[in-house]
Design a protein around this ligand. Structure first.
Ligand code: GDP
Length: 319
């Protein structure tokens, strides 16, 4: 049986920001809207200038809508920076760059949240306005805050990630509010009716673990209960972007695709790693996972689609 378009199979993708958004876009090029639900990390969310900012949700939505900045992978294409530069001249904070177009998203989201609308409803309305047909859901309507324990004390995620440029040494992570946060109703339904779950090549520590923490009560027994595949964000021992490899090192683990597979042991049944890591295949199989070795570096839109196709064939091929 093939899981590729038109089979009516339902896929749930778990995504963080940049790496997650690229694969989500690849999957969206193949799967019909009713076949794909993307559940996004909101542990990175924070308030800045009184505005409620959801970096990963916005990165996924801008990418799916074709509005993302291709250079950075985050923020909007053709962006200008008048508001933040003016605020900065007045003595305001400028360590978190907010573009003018992007600010519109945060203004309207904050207004709606203050009016009492849940984040999932706001996201749904924004997706409609941006012409996104696939379902994008925050992992929860309740706040979860990723806290990074470092050699300089515990830091809120954006403080660590953007303000301190990931310089402090990581000692661990805490997902404040994850125990109380409920998965959104639609996310719960999507997971319960999913034929397979795809864990995108996002940072395992700070993009995927917060989602798994919120969803863990849903998963009784072994793993996620359905076929589930993770794609390694570590290629040749390094990240494509961001601090995941540095985090592994600081936690005393050699960063590699095998370390990522180990991270997800008990959660996933299938694992995808890059061709440069093919020598790790036997070790990953030893973790009782089926493996696929392929090109996982998504430089172009074509790469995103090709990787998505390979993943869908892989998880559909053994049933
Ligand atoms: P963030 O929240 O913006 O940091 O985004 P994610 O957690 O979704 O993505 C960061 C991770 O994506 C990093 O660990 C990168 O190595 C990984 N990543 C980015 N681009 C690619 C790619 O093209 N292929 C693979 N395999 N991983 C990627």
């Amino acid at each position: 049986m093939s899981l590729v378009q038109g089979t009516g199979m339902k896929i749930v993708a778990l995504a963080g920001g940049v790496g997650g958004a690229k694969l989500a876009h690849g999957l969206a090029q193949i799967l019909k809207p009713e076949e794909l639900t993307i559940i996004v990390n909101t542990g990175d969310d924070f308030e800045h200038y009184g505005l409620y900012i959801c970096p990963d949700l916005d990165t996924v939505c801008y990418t799916l809508a074709g509005l993302a900045n291709p250079e950075t992978g985050w923020g909007r294409v053709d962006e200008s920076w008048n508001a933040i530069e003016n605020a900065s001249k007045l003595g305001g904070l400028d360590w978190f760059r907010l573009g003018d177009k992007d600010l519109g998203t945060h203004l309207e989201r904050t207004r709606r949240l203050k009016a009492g609308d849940p984040l999932s409803q706001i996201t749904r309305d924004f997706c409609k306005a941006w012409g996104i047909e696939h379902t994008v859901l925050p992992m929860s309507d309740q706040p979860v805050r990723t806290m990074v324990d470092t050699d300089e004390g515990e830091l809120a995620f954006q403080e660590y990630f953007v303000h301190r440029r990931c310089e402090p040494k990581v000692k661990g992570f805490r997902f404040e509010g994850a125990d109380e946060a409920e998965p959104t109703k639609r996310a719960k339904e999507a997971i319960e009716s999913a034929d397979a779950i795809v864990i995108c090549p996002s940072n395992p520590w700070v993009s995927v673990d917060p989602i798994l923490a919120v969803f863990s009560p849903l998963f009784s027994g072994e793993g996620l209960g359905v076929r589930s595949v993770a794609i390694s964000p570590i290629i040749g021992g390094e990240t494509v972007k961001g601090p995941a490899a540095k985090m592994y090192r600081e936690l005393g683990i050699e960063p590699s695709a095998l370390a990522v597979a180990n991270h997800y042991q008990g959660v996933i049944t299938h694992f995808v790693m890059d061709t440069v890591d093919s020598q790790l295949t036997e070790s990953v199989r030893g973790l009782n996972m089926r493996t696929l070795v392929t090109n996982t570096l998504m430089k172009s839109h074509g790469d995103r689609r090709q990787l998505a196709e390979a993943i869908l064939q892989f998880i559909g091929s053994d049933s």
